[in-house]
Design a binder for this molecule. Structure first.
Ligand code: NAD
Ligand code: UDP
Length: 335
């Protein structure tokens, strides 16, 4: 049985489908602080199966032990965490407590129940401002905000856990920019309040919830001056977790892998692609650079192919079409 912490969230809900399709039995553990049961209900409809769910907080040893008592868990996919960069600057202790303390409790309880396989959601943010692109896994690591530091610290904690007990099998997945939605259009990203990320903001602008998109800077050293990122379809990303679980037993050491497409697109290229896929106009205005942003960030995806046999399959137009289907069918998200 696979324990999916944070499985009711954006990436977790899509991963539940991929796990089901690959024949894994799984259980979702989530405190619903940034999600709702509605996402799991919709996943149940897609896979035509009831999902095992335990409501609880990863920071609570009792909550975690309950899940391990109820089910025979042999591996964990650990999504649970807070992810808003801006909020992490305002409320660093909240982020350190939730993400780091939560992971420590999870690891302790895993040890207690002799469960030693874990796939962890890290982020390309751990590369800081990379000296060059594409980004390889052995690039130097650095962070510019508390959210990023929680990811970096957790990566180090996992490496220490392995040093102390080499029976642990650990996969660290560094996601680039997840976008898109399941092609049914029934599940997708449902940010609280005004979205910080580009794709949900574009989609909400297209559906009429915002007057215009602010493009944060047009004077970067990129193709058109706007920031370049590696957008990856969430369904491809979900599959990366399945491949990780399929390989994890044969692992030696901690495997750290980029999950990206290897292609970088600028903000204006994203706007154009979304307009084409949706048939809607996305008004935008050039605004000052956003603090902490970097010019360009995209993956070298070769290692993922080599060690996980995984590579992204979905192109930008599919990412935009699927985001649009979700957004236009659910203008208010899961509400
Ligand atoms: P999400 O907020 O949609 O999902 C996270 C889930 O974890 C939510 O359902 C939330 O309720 C749950 N959760 C949070 N704290 C918890 C706690 N203490 N106990 C139990 N459950 C808790 O986010 P997502 O986009 O699906 O991201 C999943 C993971 O991937 C996160 O760790 C995030 O940092 C990481 N990540 C996301 C992105 C991205 O752009 N979406 C990029 C890189 C890495
Ligand atoms: N961006 C933007 N306007 C927005 C949100 C984002 O111009 O309202 C830009 C941002 O500056 C970056 C890119 O879009 O160049 C992706 O931003 P996002 O926050 O989605 O991802 P991250 O910066 O964390 O990679």
């Amino acid at each position: 049985m696979v324990l999916v912490t944070g499985g009711a969230g954006y990436i977790g809900s899509h991963t539940c489908i991929a796990l089901h399709q690959a024949g894994f039995d799984f259980l979702v553990f989530d405190n619903l602080c940034n999600s709702s049961l509605e996402s799991l209900k919709r996943v149940e409809k897609i896979i035509n199966k009831k999902i095992k769910f335990v409501e609880g907080d990863i920071r609570s040893k009792e909550n975690m032990q309950k899940a391990f008592e109820m089910y025979e868990i042999d591996s964990v996919i650990h999504f649970a965490g807070l992810k808003a960069v801006g909020e992490s600057v305002e409320l660093p202790l909240k982020y350190y407590d939730n993400n780091i303390n939560g992971t420590l409790v999870l690891l302790e309880v895993m040890q207690e129940y002799n469960c030693k396989k874990i796939v962890f959601s890290s982020s390309a943010t751990v590369y800081g401002d990379p000296h060059t692109t594409p980004i390889k896994e052995d690039f130097p690591l650095s962070c510019t905000n508390p959210y990023g530091r929680t990811k970096l610290f957790i990566e180090e904690i996992l490496r220490d856990v392995y040093r102390a007990d080499s029976d642990f099998k650990i996969v660290i997945l560094r996601y680039f920019n997840p976008v898109g939605a399941h092609q049914s259009g029934t599940i997708g990203e449902d940010p609280n309040g005004k979205p910080n990320n580009l794709m949900p903001f574009i989609a909400q602008t297209a559906v009429g919830k915002h007057e215009f998109l602010s493009v944060f800077g047009d004077d970067y050293d990129t193709i058109d001056g706007t920031g370049v990122r590696d957008y990856i379809h969430v369904v491809d990303l979900a599959q990366g977790h399945v491949n990780s679980l399929q390989k994890i037993s044969s692992l030696d050491g901690v495997l750290t892998v980029n999950l990206g497409t290897g292609n970088g697109y600028s903000v204006l290229e994203m706007v154009a692609a979304f307009e084409k896929a949706s048939g809607k106009k996305v008004a935008y205005k050039i605004a000052p650079r956003r603090e902490g942003d970097i010019a360009a960030c995209f993956a070298d995806p070769a290692y993922a192919k080599e060690v996980l046999g995984w590579s992204a399959t979905k192109e930008l137009n599919e990412m935009c079409e699927d985001s649009w289907r979700w957004q236009s069918n659910n203008p208010n998200g899961y509400n």
